[in-house]
Design a protein around this ligand. Structure first.
Ligand code: ATP
Ligand code: MG
Length: 328
């Protein structure tokens, strides 16, 4: 009887690949990224491939230390992390947590099927704490549309919880550190679900009543606020132009639910949501006239929303307009 051919892989034992889903951001759109982790025999190494930028490449050191804080040493084997699709540039620090979770699955510390149901993002500290990252709100909305849950840093939990509430009850895990996540997924300690939060109206808006006279200018301001028009103010120094313009946000109505979501998404991607709370007040952006073109319109090496995008559904106030070197 002829001997059966050996199945491929038997020489070194099976090397299953652990899969964890995370996201890459394109503006406020999210693109799913598959983090693949494989541990094979060979010279000890830990490589991250799949077009990582500097921050993602450095995640190796943070992941190694965070696992060390769990009391785990990486095995002296060849560890390869692939971020697929390989042609999309991976930017940001939120890849730390999915890489660590992928390693924990590959080491059979976390069950693969439990992790499969989540989109994972978060940055790791050396002591295993999970720090806040930008873009949790759009990531959670993207996860919900694919009927997946989300694992995000505790500081961003309210953002994710808000998306989960709105898009139909997806599970949200917001661990403060890696050990909390491992204990929760292994069923030894249950984590509380985060609650959605909305930003309080911090400081009262400036009041039009402060302005003496200037009835025509005030009327123009009201018409612009009511119709959503642009305003160009021209006048002698000290006539009160800056003062008038700063009072425009006070005339605008609060954001409705759909607008609040849009505005909060842009701020989430820019990492500007305070404590993961959703914004209710219209943004008011007054960049200095020395601001560069990328600061104003966004883009650049690391594409971030610029002042124009951050002022979406609010007011963009260009004081001393002719001085703006970036746009004039
Ligand atoms: N109508 C007004 N009512 C009350 N205070 C005023 C009025 N107009 C001007 N002021 C006072 O004058 C100061 C200067 O006004 P503001 O800075 O708005 O002028 P501006 O038109 O922007 O001048 P510039 O062209 O130099 O920027 C204000 O801070 C305010 O104290
Ligand atoms: Mg002025």
């Amino acid at each position: 009887m002829p001997a059966e051919p050996l199945p491929i892989g038997t020489a070194t034992g099976p090397n299953p690949v652990a899969h964890v889903e995370t996201v890459a951001f394109h503006g406020i759109d999210v693109r799913p990224i598959d983090v693949q982790v494989q541990i094979t025999n060979g010279l000890p190494a830990f490589t991250v491939v799949g077009l990582p930028d500097k921050a993602v490449g450095e995640s190796r050191e943070r992941v190694r230390s965070a696992l060390h804080a769990l009391g785990l040493a990486l095995p002296p084997k060849r560890i390869t992390v692939n971020l697929a699709p390989a042609d999309v540039l991976k930017e940001g620090s939120h890849f730390d947590l999915p890489i660590a979770v992928g390693l924990l699955v590959a080491l059979e510390i976390l069950p693969a099927d439990a992790v499969e149901e989540f989109v994972v993002l978060g940055e790791l500290s050396l002591d295993g704490a999970i720090s806040r990252v930008a873009g949790v709100l759009p990531a959670a909305i993207g996860a919900a549309s694919r009927e997946k849950g989300i694992i995000c840093p505790a500081a961003c939990g309210p953002e994710a919880a808000w998306a989960a509430d709105r898009e139909g009850r997806i599970p949200v895990l917001a661990p403060g550190d890696l050990i909390g996540l491992v204990n929760h997924m292994r069923g030894t300690q249950v984590m509380a679900a985060p609650q959605p939060k909305v930003a309080e109206d911090a400081l009262a808006a400036l009041d039009l009543a402060d302005i003496k006279g200037q009835e025509t200018a005030k009327r123009a301001l009201e018409v612009a606020a009511a119709g959503g028009h642009n305003l160009l103010m021209i006048g002698p120094p000290g006539a009160g132009k800056s003062m008038l313009a700063a009072r425009l946000p006070g005339l605008l109505p609060p954001l409705d639910a759909a607008e609040a979501l849009e505005v909060s998404m842009v701020h989430s991607v820019a990492g500007l949501l305070p404590d993961g709370r959703l914004l209710r007040r219209r943004p008011f952006r007054d960049p200095h006239h020395s601001a560069s073109l990328p600061a104003l319109v966004g883009g650049g090496m690391r594409a971030r929303p610029g002042e124009v995008s951050l002022a979406h559904r609010g007011v963009l106030f260009l004081d001393e307009l002719p001085e703006f070197s970036g746009i004039m």
